[in-house]
Write a protein that binds this ligand. Sequence first.
Ligand SMILES: O=C(O)CCC(=O)C(=O)O
Length: 232
Amino acid sequence: MTGVGSTVDITALERDGFLVVDQLVAGADLERLRAAYDEVIDQRVLAPGDRYLGGLIRQVMVPSAVHPVFADNPALRRVLEILGAVLPGPARTFDMLIYKPPGDPNETPWHQDMAYAHEPVARAGTPNDRPNVQVWIAMDDVDEENGCMHFVPGIHRAPLVEHRVAAGDPADQGRLLEISDLADVDLSTAVACPLRAGGATMHLSGTPHYTPANRSADRPRRAYIVNVGPTA
Ligand SMILES: O=C(O)CCC(=O)C(=O)O
């Protein structure tokens, strides 16, 4: 299985709960995505889904509804091709941008995406049996300094651990959730995933993950995120 210039070990997704694609998109295709990203973030293209997650973290929901580059692009097509190996008829369920400018003090707390499946928060013990995959595509080089993804491997099929609202109105869809007690996940096994621009991570709904603040002085952290599920 290949990304633009890299091999993808798709078996890692079910084994570890996540995988890394070194290069999903490159060259002019990457540049077009970066330019479109800035148009939305700078509000030259207005998006109804532009908000602050938990009142803290800039998030634009469903950029594909307002910008043709996000509606269809080579990165998305490649994602669907790669995930065709594990999902029947893979299709985008929703997409979003999460932007951390240089100096953004906000971390995205440890959570499992499944916790967002019910409002305000899905119950602890909910089975983590969803086939859905989240794809996090780096528009910039990312590392621990400017906010790369971190994952805890291997516990993505265990029942959901307890989450709570970390910030924001619990009745608002834009609430920010966090794992209530980090002792429930073994952070000593956590893996940081630095990427070059155009690289990506993929993870399952039960995989605990986190991103740090952007502690850099001058490096934006632009993430383009695509959620994928089976058509059936
Ligand atoms: O980009 C980020 O900071 C975190 C993204 C994330 O954790 C998510 O969308 O579930």
